[in-house]
Design a protein around this ligand. Sequence first.
Ligand code: DC
Length: 218
Amino acid sequence: MKKIIAIDGPAASGKGTLSRNLARELNFAHMDTGALYRAVAFEVLEQDKEPSVEDNALDGCKALQVNLHSANPLSNPDLRTEIIGEAASKVASIQSVRDFLTDMQRDFANNPKDGLDGVILDGRDIGTVICPDAPLKLYITAKCEIRAARRMKELQLKGESVTYEAVLEDMRARDARDSGRKVAPLRPAKDATIIDSSDLSEAQMLENALTYAKKAFG
Ligand code: DC
């Protein structure tokens, strides 16, 4: 059985932290698929173009493909800003962009690196579109107000001056775009286990997920 864990959920649900912790505990490889969409958006904004226009977004995909050969554009800390997150959500609504990034994600899922025991991909459509046969699917969610408070803390730690109201408004807009789009909308797969992280600590989240992983993979 392929050891693939699909982890989906909205922004600031805790899925990224959980994925990293789980990958470390299980000795699995981890792909943050949001970074792919962010990297495409970054390339589009570098050209001063509008990310919701398909041709611009596809040029961004091509630029990313070129950069992937020479550097590691996915680890660029500049991808982590709210502006890039918003633009990523726009390029992510375009079918041809999603198609472009699908092979990269499936290739990662199906070819775990030597020495690693499996893979974890986190994103919005991993359980529904990218890896519909993953033996373990988790859908991580939390109340919008709690996710906005978490995001605000993150941004303040980075020195960005933001208000809770503005972050909450952005979070609602991003949720609406990610869940309301026609292509690969954010939603739990039918066979996903839903975990509400609103009142759980990082350690409790990990403990829960390890229990599900044990059930799925022995
Ligand atoms: O998880 P994140 O905030 O880094 O993702 C940035 C945007 O990318 C998000 O608003 C929606 C999009 N995304 C997506 O549509 N599908 C994925 N698998 C991952 C991210």
